[in-house]
Ligand binder design. Sequence first.
Ligand SMILES: [Ca+2]
Ligand SMILES: [Ca+2]
Ligand SMILES: [Ca+2]
Ligand SMILES: [Ca+2]
Length: 207
Amino acid sequence: MRILCLLSIGLVLLLSAGVADATQCNDGIDNNSNGPVDLTDWYCKSEDDNDEGSFLSGLPGDDANSPAALDCWFDTNSGSGDDGCSIHACCGIAGECPDELGGAQFDPEQCSVSQQCMDNCQPLVKAGCDCFGCCKICTPENGCLDVFVNPAVSPGCSIGSLSDPLVCLPCVQNNDCRYQDSVFASGFEVALLVVEPLGRILERATR
Ligand SMILES: [Ca+2]
Ligand SMILES: [Ca+2]
Ligand SMILES: [Ca+2]
Ligand SMILES: [Ca+2]
């Protein structure tokens, strides 16, 4: 009887822990009613992301970086102390560095990524993206575009405005710090092992 009681208490604790950790990006619900659910949605950068309806995470302290000092976009905080990543957004901007991103202060000599950043951030990066939120997103309307979806760089960017270069800034992925092996599926590139059993591979990544 006592063992049964202990088991029940354990189960209740486990369930309440699960409820406490629920986010929009791990709740199994299509919160923004657009079809993709949780991590298959473009707007979910990790299971901790609590906003399935935008590129923001909805988490206190996240998405507060200056474009002049981006940390690892996928660690759901804005500090570079825990990841060792700090890079000017214009290191990844395709073309001129815009004034509003601090173009006057941009030094292209300061664009290297530390080993610490690679070690900490690469395991967190979502397929199709680099460490700083420059992601290859494919839609029937636009084909595949590399755009900064990180709100610190492109605050108004959404799937509907992907092809507007003034809203979703075109970018070049950081080769030293990005998700390495992935394939194109409808939407984000998707990790090979995730997409294969579902038979949703459209073509191999050509980066
Ligand atoms: Ca969800
Ligand atoms: Ca959704
Ligand atoms: Ca989000
Ligand atoms: Ca961080």
